[in-house]
Write a protein that binds this ligand. Sequence first.
Ligand code: ARG
Length: 345
Amino acid sequence: MEAICQDAKDEFFTHYVTPAIRANALYEGAYPVSTALTRPLISEHLVKVAHKFGARAVSHGCTGKGNDQVRMDITIRSLDPGLRIIAPAREWSFGRTEEIEYARKKGIPVPVRVESPYSTDENLWGRSVECGVLEQPDKEPPADAYALTADPRKAPDEPEYLTLGFDKGVPVRLNGKAMAGVKLVQAVASVAGKHGVGRIDHIENRVVGLKSREIYECPAATVILTAHSDLEKYVLTRRERAFKETADREWTNLVYGGLWSEPLRGSLQSLCETLNGPVTGEVRMKLYKGHASVVGRSSDNALYDIAMATYEKEKDIFDHESAVGFIDLWGLEARMASKVRSRKP
Ligand code: ARG
């Protein structure tokens, strides 16, 4: 028997995290799809290893209730329809306690106890925590549910600033220093985590039709997505940005729903990449007691022009008179409708 363990962090950053940033990926406006992004990559490696060994079946530990089974099964079957998929936890309808008990009996070390039965999943982009008391949506998550982020009450009393530099929508610089993706994300996660940034408590709609209460810790994703989205607003036209919101949401829904292999995912991704062409510049973030806020941004591609925007008369180049004619035509149809519809019969 042989065990193969692969470090796919660079690949994960380049092919999964990067498009997620460019798509501002937040499922239902809250979850940075950190677990969801990894499943197609894990499945791809699983199939590669199966081929290497001439295996006829692959196995995974997903339960029959979650999204991960959907993501893994669909990717595996798209890559090799001939491979049999064995999912013991699903086939034996194991509950969390039975899983822990089974692992104990077989001498498999698992970092959970029956008293603290959190199911966690952790990667570069974040950490998901489920089960135990977290299944009660009215209860505040206990302190031990969190591992990457400080309790904001105990976070430093002084704010900390980070400057993120983006190149075509990808974070490439931290505080003016060029950094490779994985290192940059790890560095942001550690500073943001120290300030209690990135805790998410989310009532989520799963693919299988269940609602679930999910706890996430995504310090780096929270900071980077907030900064990226701000920079997009600064450099894209309002029409690009408005249309992109639809593309972003569709891309995110496909990824959450396990449809990485759906061709539309690739098409939307190309669109987001194209639209991120001008998303180059710096965003200054302030981290303080659980909050990550944008406090400044700059870009050579900014469509903001202070000479146009200013309210200082001497510096202003905006043509105030053209506003009158613009308003006349802009409201033309609305005015006509008001007149026609208020007519007495
Ligand atoms: N609800 C999240 C998702 O579907 C998190 C899944 C966490 N997975 C786990 N094995 N604990 O992406």
